[in-house]
Ligand binder design. Structure first.
Ligand code: ACO
Length: 336
């Protein structure tokens, strides 16, 4: 890459999870399940649940303020706000616009991005393009979810899996060879029915019938999604590396979407990385969808797992079906 080429990189990270913890023991009191089953099948021990007053934009707001502070950037400097979410406050206006208002980001354009649990990967890929194209200087990308609001708490096959949370990053041009090196975005709408919320849109507007039939909840074919996830995680990693002219041996740290520890371990084996170089938070937060990767990123930074110049690979998959990956050469913005 020529030294004049513009690259976007992460220059601030912030997260937020609600205070309320729901343990597997709590789940045992709600549905016919067991701590042993949940841990063995998913690796999840507990998850967070938003309070009745908290909606997705509230979680996003705290994470965003923390990311802006971490970046040393004011809300007024934001040019674009992208909120990746599957659980917007409402169908419209966009949660990104609600966030824009709460932040007081007076000159920012704002939009939501719906790409299942891959939304955060899509968000960074899209946000980075504004910067490399020269149409924006500062972009806020947020992954925020209140999945507890669309989970059927009587369905043991899904309710044990998900959690609420939010993560945000600030993107700006970064110097030298640092920043987002490559990105891969994929989809297969033919698998849409494997993970969906059937009603509440123009196909099946909300009605007494749709509510009675539990059609406003997450419906998932867990086995098929599992097989899909295992297949595409390795493929996406290879594609981002290929695009960057790198090999698996060049990866320093891996941040996978946190849906299931078995999927994470399988992907790590495929990529050939030991688990100490793989981010894991599914045990404490469950599947927080678009928030899982930024939550895991911040934790890895706090634990000193990522250093300047490290090649960090992030891979996501989810409803759509969608999947995708990013390769980021880490820019140590803290010590610039
Ligand atoms: N507690 C106890 N038993 C349960 C539970 C539970 N919470 N849930 C299901 N079971 C039972 C089932 O009823 C089934 O019983 P049966 O054999 O008598 O019918 C048995 O356990 C096995 O069920 P499976 O669905 O085959 O279990 P599996 O090993 O596939 O694990 C799981 C289920 C954890 C959902 C797994 O398939 C998985 O993780 N899939 C991927 C899901 C995923 O990643 N989703 C997120 C995608 S990202 C996004 O966009 C949101």
């Amino acid at each position: 890459m020529g030294c004049n080429e513009i690259r976007a990189g992460i220059v601030g990270v912030g997260t937020y999870v609600p205070e309320r913890v729901l343990t597997n023991a709590d789940m045992e009191n709600m549905v016919a399940t067991s701590d042993e089953w949940i841990r063995a099948r998913t690796g999840i021990r507990e998850r967070r649940v938003a309070s009745a007053e908290e909606a997705t934009s509230d979680l996003a707001l705290v994470a965003s303020r923390r990311a802006l502070e971490d970046a040393g950037v004011s809300a007024g400097e934001l040019d674009v706000i992208i909120v990746a979410t599957n659980t917007p406050d409402m169908l419209f206006p966009a949660t990104a616009c609600l966030l824009q208002d709460k932040l007081g980001a007076a000159k920012a354009g704002a939009f939501d991005l719906l790409a299942g649990c891959t939304g955060f990967i899509y968000g960074i890929a899209v946000g980075a393009q504004f910067i490399t194209a020269g149409t924006a200087r500062t972009v806020l990308v947020v992954g925020a979810e209140t999945l507890s609001r669309i989970v059927n708490w009587k369905d043991r096959s899904t309710c044990v899996l998900f959690g609420d949370g939010a993560g945000a990053v600030v993107l700006r041009r970064v110097p030298g060879d640092r920043g987002v090196i490559s990105s891969v975005l994929r989809s297969d709408g033919g698998g849409g029915h494997l993970l969906h919320m059937p009603a509440g849109g123009s196909r099946q507007p909300a009605s007494v019938e749709t509510i009675t039939a539990n059609m406003h909840y997450v419906h998932m074919n867990g086995r098929e999604v599992f097989k899909f996830a295992v297949r595409v995680m390795g493929e996406a990693a290879d594609e981002v590396l290929h695009q960057a002219g790198m090999g698996r041996e060049d990866i320093d740290f891996f941040i996978p979407h946190q849906a299931n520890i078995r999927i994470i371990e399988h992907a790590a084996r495929k990529i050939g990385l030991p688990m100490e170089r793989v981010a894991v938070n599914v045990d404490r937060y469950g599947n927080t969808s678009t928030a899982s990767i930024p939550l895991a990123l911040e934790e890895a930074l706090q634990r000193g797992k990522i250093a300047d110049g490290d090649n960090v690979i992030m891979i996501g998959f989810g409803a759509g079906l969608t999947w995708g990956g990013l390769l980021v050469k880490w820019y140590d913005y803290k010590n610039r």
